[in-house]
Design a protein. Structure first.
Length: 422
């Protein structure tokens, strides 16, 4: 039985495609032939990626009345070209290079790649990638830079711990956080020249006081002036990163002020704090019309298993693939944090982790968090309502739960006899 296909087969009349490199780009333009209906005119030109050359290209595209410009996401070289053409009013598409594969048997050059991309684009055989609006892009730059600084600070802290281990200082064995108040005072004393384990142990504060005897053992090592010099440099670097991160967070707070309502609503989701809510908003944006359903957002974020089937059999291991690493980091950390709460998401995490492991639980709960984010951003009136940690107990039929328990006992070798009167 024939069914109507919803795909639009209309050819884009005036389209341009760009193959972008660091120093230059190749622009292919295809427009209708005025004298011969059904035929196309094509122009292929090379432009420098300098601003004046790009402006000349924009003028040429406007002269040819091009309506859509398509380009591949090549490193970060596409960004200035995309932003300039966007500012000139062109419908600009960024596409995944994987979607425009090189055809076997066809020579590969920049010009041929631009022509092929243009032909594919005019027949609407590719989809645009998600590029947020300018205000969200600026917020994204800040949140991503903050994430990079946090990673750099973590790496520096790990170097400090390795340096102490090299000097046989076992502070990390006794203290859960060597960069707390007590740990920093002890390391400052080491840098100042103090080597007596008893004196260093007495610098402990708060909950570290009962561990003084262990600290004396931990500080019995071979800390030299060489270690002192390196430790001072590493701690100075950590302090500088702390100051940069704090300043960056203040700037993020100023920029997110117009979206404060959306951030507050996302903050209600278990596992998502204000910082994580800002980062998630910067990655997915405010306009959910770009994602027709929650499933589209989940698929774009690569939190849905891939579909690969051949000859009626499913292939592969159902992996989700690699998506936006900044969004994956935020959602993954939120899923782990939610797993420690007495909420529906927490119970969902624990149930899946018991059966299938922590990694699959993180992906499953992360998917749930993305679905919630989509609904909250799609409907300004929507509010997060937790289903409760007892949701599964209330939903599952008691008789079914009892049969499952009996099955588990029988699998372990127990003989179960039900009382008819019960």
């Amino acid at each position: 039985m024939l069914q109507e296909d919803e795909q639009n087969e209309e050819i884009i009349a005036r389209v341009a495609a760009l193959d972008i490199g660091k120093a230059e780009l190749v622009c292919c333009v295809r427009i209708p032939h005025e004298g011969r209906p059904g035929r196309r005119l094509q122009e292929v030109a090379t432009y420098s990626t300098m601003t004046r050359s790009l402006l000349r290209m924009a003028d040429r595209l406007a002269e040819l009345e091009v309506t859509r410009v398509v380009m591949e996401a090549t490193s970060d070289y596409w960004k200035p070209v995309y932003y300039l053409l966007e500012a000139h009013g062109f419908e600009t598409w960024l596409v995944n290079a994987r979607d425009v594969k090189h055809l076997p048997g066809r020579p590969k050059t920049d010009k041929l790649d631009a022509v092929w991309l243009c032909k594919v684009a005019e027949r609407q055989m590719i989809r645009p990638s998600f590029v947020p609006p300018p205000e969200i892009r600026r917020l994204r730059d800040l949140t991503r830079y903050r994430c990079d600084l946090v990673e750099a600070r973590t790496a520096e802290k790990q170097r400090v711990e390795k340096l102490l281990e090299d000097a046989q200082i076992k502070l990390s064995v006794v203290a859960s956080d060597i960069f707390g108040v007590s740990g920093r005072q002890m390391m400052a004393a080491l840098i100042a020249g103090q080597r007596d384990p008893k004196v260093l142990a007495q610098l402990a504060r708060g909950r570290m006081r009962p561990k003084i005897s262990q600290l004396e053992e931990a500080f019995t090592g071979y800390f030299t002036d060489h270690h002192s010099y390196l430790l001072a440099k590493m701690l100075a670097r950590i302090d500088a990163l702390n100051a940069d991160i704090a300043e960056l967070e203040d700037h993020i707070e100023e920029m997110v002020a117009p979206f404060a309502t959306a951030v507050e609503r996302l903050d209600e989701i278990p596992g998502l704090g204000p910082v994580a809510a800002c980062a998630a908003l910067a990655e997915v944006g405010l306009d959910m019309t770009r994602f027709p359903t929650a499933g589209h957002l989940v698929s774009w974020a690569k939190f849905a298993p891939g579909v690969k089937e051949s000859a009626g059999k499913k292939k592969g291991r159902g992996s989700t693939g690699h998506g936006n690493r900044y969004l994956a980091k935020v959602i993954g950390e939120a899923a782990v944090a939610a797993g420690k709460t007495d909420t529906f998401l927490g119970e969902r995490y624990r149930r899946i982790a018991r059966r299938r492991g922590a990694k699959k639980a993180i992906v499953a709960v992360g998917r749930s968090i993305l679905v919630i984010i989509w609904h909250l951003l799609s409907d300004p009136e929507a509010r997060y309502h937790d289903l409760g940690s007892d949701f599964y107990d209330k939903r599952i039929n008691p008789e079914r739960k009892k049969r499952a328990h009996i099955h588990q006992l029988e699998a372990l070798g127990y003989k179960v006899t039900l009382d008819p009167a019960a």
